[in-house]
Design a binder for this molecule. Structure first.
Ligand code: NAD
Length: 248
């Protein structure tokens, strides 16, 4: 490991949406960003270019967070290259919305596997390195619906509530090693994930937001960058809601 190793930041699901904004929030001359995406996404290279355009460096890889083997080899390669992982942001997530009585096993399993199991696999892989380093920041992306529930999202809300419990438990387990673990729970964010909602659903959502607008991905990314900063060194085990006041 070279003596001048940059801050190593790993972001899952960095090819677009909130993940891209997170990469951009961390971008800088002293930071090496690694992000993944799945499935193939031509937007990944644009995240790399945008990071480079503001003086940062990001490398991307096709990697499925729901595959234990793929996660292990992704983190092994990063550790071979840099020798450390300073920050992990578990951002990758999917939805497969439908009402409980119509939900297929596959829709349930896919969402739990990517959102919850993926967060577990990546946290476990990074935690081993962070414990040895006696430093680390893990930030998980949950959702307001993990706290409130949401009709049509039994799989998604369960996965995000699971992330909240996982966050607190890992925070307890890693605190003595100077590793903080927190979650950010966004409300309604304007990304491809929510672009598929009907105009009626979007209007209904907006009417419930006291600040009167949906979040931009940057509204979420800024809080995540803060949680990774020295200013947040004494925050751990917290779920930070970033939702324009739609849930208090
Ligand atoms: P998006 O659909 O725009 O992007 C999702 C990203 O995750 C992509 O980069 C994709 O490649 C990656 N991804 C998906 N499945 C993957 C897998 N199996 N392995 C690896 N990467 C995978 O979504 P977004 O709106 O930017 O959401 C990002 C996170 O924020 C998700 O966890 C989502 O649940 C959460 N969130 C979003 C909103 C919202 O309103 N958009 C609200 C609350 C929480």
């Amino acid at each position: 490991m070279s003596e001048q190793v940059k801050r190593t930041v790993v972001v899952t699901g960095g090819s677009r949406g909130i993940g891209r904004a997170i990469c951009l929030a961390f971008a800088g001359p002293d930071t090496q960003i690694f992000f993944n995406y799945f499935p193939e996404d031509p937007e990944a290279v644009n995240t790399e270019k945008l990071v480079a355009s503001i003086g940062g460096a990001a490398k991307s890889a096709l990697m499925n967070v729901a595959s234990e083997q793929d996660v292990e080899s992704f983190f092994d390669k990063i550790l071979e290259e840099t020798g450390k992982i300073d920050v992990l942001v578990n951002n990758a997530g999917i939805t497969r919305d439908t009402l409980l009585v119509r939900m297929k096993d596959k829709e349930w399993n896919d969402v739990i596997d990517v959102n919850l199991k993926g967060t577990f696999y990546c946290s476990r892989a990074a935690a081993k390195a962070m414990m040895k380093q006696r430093y680390g920041r893990i930030i998980n992306v949950a959702s307001v619906v993990g706290a409130t529930g949401n009709a049509g999202q039994v799989n998604y809300s369960a996965s995000k509530a699971g992330i909240m419990g996982l966050t607190k438990t890992i925070a307890l387990e890693l605190a003595s090693r100077n590793v903080t673990v927190n979650a950010v729970a966004p409300g309604y964010v304007e990304t491809d994930m929510t672009a598929v909602l009907s105009d009626k659903a979007k209007t209904a959502m907006l009417s419930r937001i006291p600040l009167g607008r949906g979040a931009k991905p940057e509204d979420i990314a800024g809080v995540i960058a803060f949680l990774a900063s020295d200013a947040a060194a004494y925050i751990t085990g917290q779920i930070i809601h970033v939702n324009g006041g739609m849930y208090m």
